[in-house]
Structures are given as structure tokens and as C-alpha cells.
Design a protein around this ligand. Structure first.
Ligand code: KIV
Ligand code: ZN
Length: 503
């Protein structure tokens, strides 16, 4: 008989801690809706005490998302737990996830606490959390570098205090699969009480071992895995949800373990997270990379044509990847457009939908064939824009071999139009200088990438920029058939994030 494990998604919490991945509330809700369609068991919606914005987004996810358990992170501190409890209160099913460092280095250097004090604090805070909510997860942070005997002691104590899930984090991605699997086995044999509750794992990818460490832990008896879409997260990221789930599914005879995940929603989830965070997926990324199902070598192609299984261990359809067909054109109506967007996982509210439809019509005038990828780019842009955003009104560019590049542009902000004209080393430089003049800010451009969304010279150009201000990175995304307009849109998206998320 196979055994079922829970998938705990932390894209909106640990994933969002990735530099430049900051998401606004609308975007977080959109991702939470998609995670619900993906059928994850638990959504960690944020770290409620981190900022008023974080609190609000956890609360809104708790109010609006039905199905998965909604969870907020909290340190083992009263004010954190109180805030987390308030934020998840509206949820149908809620969880508080509290943590404290247990490795010698965390206790001595970060917490400046003795091991006994750490155990006492953990127990008190689990009891306190329990007074708000029955479902309590406890994490001994940096468990991968903690002493085993101390781990057994604190785990036993917090289970007695009421914890219903114990999560073992490899916070710094230090362990190897052999060690981590053994750690899980040892915890199970030394803390027999753990068999009555969930034993979770949470692996980071600093050595590229997050997925394999999670799988080793699951083989050893873990009943929950924490992961993120596309593996985004702190530093080198977290364990990637799609890789864990598809490894379990594809190698079912080996693992004999199942999840509740609707794998046909994986591709859509990956695209949505990439579009909204601006974090591109590397083409050779397992499962969701653009090349994951592309067969380039002639011998492979010939094999796949005769029998797919010669070179394919899973089908593109199993992750919801369909042939990217020409979907809509300039004669397509609103209903077809809405239906298609829904199918791609976007549920825009009425006003944003109208704006997205207007952009679609404009682009359809410039570009004959509108594909799924084009539509994703149009929808992703609309989700972010709010009334308080800078929007591009008009732009006029001069460039070429005989003129100094210059840009004249106007932006709308809070209903008012502002204009500027600047010259620069190229048209993008000139346009960005004009934007800086209007906005009155000069963030450092740390990254600028451009790619054609689909083939052909009329393809949408998709620009991603990363800007830096006060040590924080903000990402922006823009798409248009004119790459200068796409560049300005991406820059404005990053600036809008910077203005609204700065706290
Ligand atoms: O990596 C980690 O240790 C965490 C904990 C808060 C679970 O994210
Ligand atoms: Zn983490």
C-alpha cells in the first residue's frame, strides 16, 4: 500500500524572501489561487509580523482562499505569534508555524541563549500558539547543524506542549542525502511520539541538494515536505515542488509514495510564479524549463517519434504542458479572451480584465498571432498596476547612426501627466533617464535582460529588469512588440514595486 505525504508550499513566504521576488497582495492572491488549483495541502502565506504588508497579505489569503490550510510563520516570540494568529484567523483551516534556532551557532551567536532557555522558550510559545489555534507547527531552525540529542529533547518537549507538526529544516543547505535521511530515521526512533503527528522537512539548496535531501527524508519516513514553485527562495533557493512531486510520481514503484498534487497544474503554476516574481526559469531546469521536453538531437527525435518512452520518462501533458498553439487573433472577442486567460490560471477582476483586453487588442493589431505566452505577459502586467502606479502614457524615441539617442516621454501618476526629455548613450538609457527625472529617483540598474516570447520579427519582446535601492532589489517585467516600450514598462514595474513595497 502506498503512503500519502503532505505538500506544504512556502512560495509566498520563503520563496518571496528571494532577492527581487517581492510580490504585492494582488499577486500573492493570484499565486495562492493557483496553489489551490494545484491542490497543495498547506500554503504558508507569509510572515505576518514582518511588515504591515505581510500581515495584510496573509490575512487576505486566509479570507479568500478556501481549501488548503493557511499558515503564517512566527518566531518563538509572543508578539510574533499573536500577529500570526490574527492574520490566519479568517481561514477555514489555519496553522501557526513557529521556530527557534537550535544549532550551537544559532543559540550562542544569534539568540545568545543557553540550550535550556531555548527549550523553555519553545515550549512556552507552542503553548501560547495553541491558545489561538489547534494546528501548530514547530521548527528547530538549523536542525541540519544541530546536535541530535538536543533535537530529540526539544522535539519531545514541544510535542508535549501541543505541536502537531515538527518540521526539520536544513536552513543553510548543509547536509547530504545520506545524513539527512539518517537524521529523520534517528528522530523517528528516538522520539516515538512523533509517529502520532506529522514529521516535515524543509531543505535549502546551497549545495544543490535540496530536492534529493527532501526525497531521502521522505524515504526515511517524513510525512510532509516544504517546497516552493520553481525552487525559489533565500540564496540558492528551496526544494522545488515540481521536482519532488514528479520524482515521486514518475518513480512511484520505487518510492511507493503519493501526493495530492494535480500535476497537470504544474506548468501553469511555474509560469505564473515566474511571470509575477520576474524570476526567469533556466531553460534546462528539470520539469518546467523551456527545454525540459525538447528533443534536439536527431537520433532522439527519431526515437521519440517511434515511441515516446525511448527518451521521455514522463509526458509533457502530465505537467499540463500543451502544444503552444496560435490561440487568439485580432478578431477574437472578449469571451474567448477571458476563457483563455482563465485557462492559463489568471482570474483578473473586471477592471483589470478590461485593461488587459484593451492591451490584447492593441498588440493583436501589431502582431498577427497571439500565443499563450503573449497572453501571460499581458495579464501579468495588469495584475501589478494599481492607481498609485506610474503608467506609461506616450513615448517618442530618436536613435540611429546619425543622431544622439533621445527619449521624450510622459507618465501618468495619480491621474496627473508628467513629461520629460533626456538623451543618453542609447534609446533605453535615454528613456530610463527621462523616467528617473519624472519619478525623482535614481535606482541602480543591476540587471537587464530581453528575450523574444515567441519566434518571428513581430514577436513580443519581454524585458526583465532588476533595480537596487537601499540594499533591496526590485524586479520588473514588461512586454511589447516594441522593445523600447517593453524596456520602459519593465523599468516602471520595478520602480512601482520599489515605491509601494519600501517600508
Ligand atoms: O530555512 C528555515 O530554517 C526556515 C524556517 C523558518 C523553517 O525557513
Ligand atoms: Zn527556509
Amino acid at each position: 500500500m502506498s503512503r500519502k505525504i503532505k505538500i506544504f508550499d512556502t512560495t509566498l513566504r520563503d520563496g518571496e524572501q528571494c532577492p527581487g521576488a517581492s510580490l504585492n497582495i494582488e499577486e500573492k492572491l493570484e499565486i495562492a489561487r493557483q496553489l489551490t488549483r494545484l491542490n497543495v495541502d498547506i500554503i504558508e502565506a507569509g510572515f505576518a509580523i514582518a511588515s504591515p504588508g505581510d500581515f495584510e497579505s496573509v490575512k487576505q489569503v486566509a479570507e479568500k482562499i478556501k481549501g488548503p490550510v493557511i499558515c503564517s510563520l512566527a518566531r518563538c516570540l509572543k508578539e510574533d505569534i499573536k500577529r500570526a494568529a490574527e492574520a490566519v484567523k479568517p481561514a477555514q483551516r489555519r496553522r501557526i508555524h513557529t521556530f527557534i534556532g537550535t544549532s550551537p551557532i544559532h543559540m550562542e551567536k544569534k539568540l545568545r541563549m543557553k540550550p535550556d532557555q531555548v527549550v523553555q522558550q519553545a515550549v512556552e510559545m507552542v503553548k501560547y500558539a495553541k491558545s489561538f489555534c489547534p494546528d501548530i507547527e514547530f521548527s528547530p531552525e538549523d536542525a541540519g547543524r544541530s546536535e541530535k540529542e538536543f533535537l530529540y529533547r526539544i522535539i519531545k518537549a514541544v510535542i508535549d506542549a501541543g505541536a502537531t507538526t515538527i518540521n526539520i529544516p536544513d536552513t543553510v543547505g548543509y547536509t547530504t542525502p545520506w545524513e539527512f535521511g539518517l537524521l529523520i530515521e534517528d528522530i523517528i526512533s528516538n522520539v516515538p511520539e512523533i509517529k502520532e503527528i506529522d514529521l516535515s522537512v524543509h531543505c535549502h539548496n546551497d549545495l544543490g541538494l535540496a530536492v534529493i535531501n527532501s526525497l531521502a527524508a521522505v524515504r526515511a519516513g517524513a510525512t510532509q515536505v516544504e517546497c516552493t514553485i520553481n525552487g525559489i527562495g533565500e540564496r540558492a533557493g528551496n526544494a522545488s515542488l515540481e521536482e519532488i512531486v514528479m520524482a515521486l510520481k514518475t518513480r512511484k514503484p520505487f518510492f511507493n509514495i503519493e501526493t495530492n498534487i494535480k500535476t497537470e497544474e504544474i506548468h501553469k503554476s511555474s509560469r505564473l510564479v515566474s511571470n509575477l516574481t520576474g524570476l526567469l526559469v533556466q531553460p534546462n531546469k528539470a520539469i518546467v524549463g523551456a527545454n525540459a521536453f525538447a528533443h534536439e538531437a536527431g537520433i532522439h527525435q527519431a526515437g521519440v517519434i517511434r515511441a515516446r518512452e525511448t527518451y521521455e520518462i514522463m509526458t509533457p501533458e502530465s505537467i499540463g504542458l500543451k502544444e503552444s498553439k496560435l490561440v487568439l487573433g485580432k478578431h477574437s472577442g472578449r469571451n474567448a479572451f477571458i476563457k483563455k486567460l482563465k485557462g492559463l490560471g489568471y482570474t483578473l477582476e473586471k477592471e483589470k480584465l478590461e485593461k488587459a483586453f484593451a492591451s490584447f487588442k492593441k498588440i493583436a493589431d501589431l502582431k498577427k498571432d497571439i500565443t499563450d505566452r503573449d497572453l501571460e505577459a499581458i495579464a501579468a502586467e495588469e495584475i501589478y498596476i494599481t492607481e498609485e502606479s506610474y503608467k506609461l502614457d506616450k513615448i517618442e524615441i530618436k536613435s540611429g547612426t546619425t543622431v544622439k539617442p533621445s527619449a521624450k516621454l510622459s507618465l501618468i501618476f495619480n491621474g496627473k501627466k508628467k513629461e520629460a526629455k533626456e538623451s543618453g548613450s542609447g534609446p533605453v538609457d535615454a528613456a530610463y533617464k527621462a523616467v528617473q527625472k519624472i519619478v525623482g529617483q535614481k535606482p541602480k540598474l543591476v540587471d537587464y535582460t530581453i528575450q523574444a516570447i515567441t519566434g518571428g520579427t513581430d514577436a513580443l519582446g519581454e524585458v526583465t529588469v532588476r533595480i537596487k535601492k537601499d540594499d533591496r532589489i526590485y524586479t520588473g517585467h514588461g512586454a511589447h512588440t516594441d522593445i523600447i516600450i517593453a524596456s520602459v514598462k519593465a523599468y516602471l514595474a520595478a520602480i512601482n514595486r520599489m515605491v509601494s513595497l519600501k517600508s
